[in-house]
Design a protein around this ligand. Structure first.
Ligand code: DGL
Length: 269
């Protein structure tokens, strides 16, 4: 089991930011990434639909023998309890709780702001997770335009700055001023510089990709599931549509080139 891959699931390519953080933290591990590109975005869909899609994606990964499942998609975290129940005893971990804990640490005394998709904001998962640990004000803002901007590589320059100000100025003007800002969507870490410029340097940005990698490393150790030897197998990916686009756009999020031949087309239905 230790040599089995870690399954990572996202609605599309954005979860590659989580895989990038995981690969940096756990260089010996092997990963099997599934992007449900045919049904992206999840952020504008109902919780019921997202739960159904997430279960199908998780089953596709478990059928290939993963040893742990990372639900990289913030929006799909609404399905975490259902996945944990359906896949037990397989460990299933999401990005919300690690992100919430990191935000609490980054803002020990102050309010916290969260930016995410419409679905995540509506579901209030970050608010619940943060306030389960400490009763602190949490303000949220959906930033739907950030998703296509990231996919287009529009991650710097005047247009990106203007959109960031439009979303973030009202959020950061709330009183008392938030001290930490959670990047609560897989796509947002690639817009980190733009977001940082818009909010100013008195606000700590919390990247849930990096904090999830720490939580996964801990879980592997606790369960005795960490690899003992470095994987030498080539990386492969699964996508439900357009492997070529997955490879091309995925590069933005993974931070390195993806061979289109390494992306297998799968059908989840
Ligand atoms: N992966 C989604 C998330 O982290 C963003 C893209 C989408 O809307 O599907 O919430």
């Amino acid at each position: 089991m230790n040599d089995a891959p870690i399954g990572i699931f996202d609605s599309g390519m954005g979860g590659l930011t989580v895989m990038r953080a995981l690969a940096a933290r756990l260089p010996d591990e092997r990963f099997l990434y599934l992007g449900d590109t045919a049904r992206l975005p999840y952020g504008t869909k109902s919780a019921e639909t997202v739960r159904r899609y997430a279960l199908q994606a998780a089953q596709a990964l478990t059928a290939r023998g993963v040893k742990l499942l990372v639900v990289a998609c913030n929006t799909a975290s609404v399905s975490l309890p259902a996945l944990q129940e359906a896949l037990a005893p397989l460990p299933v971990i999401g990005v919300i709780e690690p992100g919430a804990q990191a935000a609490l640490k980054a803002a020990p005394n102050g309010p916290i702001a969260v930016i995410a998709t419409e679905g995540t904001v509506k579901g209030g998962a970050y608010v619940r997770s943060i306030q389960a640990h400490r009763q602190t004000p949490v303000v949220q803002q959906a930033c739907p335009l950030f998703v296509p901007m990231a996919e287009e590589g529009l991650i710097d320059g005047p247009i990106a700055d203007a959109v960031a100000h439009r979303y973030l100025d009202p959020l950061m003007a709330t009183m008392p001023r938030p001290r930490a800002l959670v990047l609560g969507c897989t796509h947002f870490p690639v817009l980190k510089n733009v977001v940082a410029r818009a909010v100013g340097d008195d606000v700590t940005l919390v990247d849930s990709a990096a904090t999830t990698a720490v939580a996964v490393a801990q879980l592997l150790e606790e369960r005795g599931l960490a690899r003992r030897t470095k994987s030498t197998e080539p990386q492969c990916f699964l996508a439900t549509d357009s492997p070529d686009r997955f490879a091309r756009v995925g590069e933005i999020f993974l931070g390195k080139a993806i061979d289109p031949g390494s992306v297998e087309l799968v059908d989840l239905q």
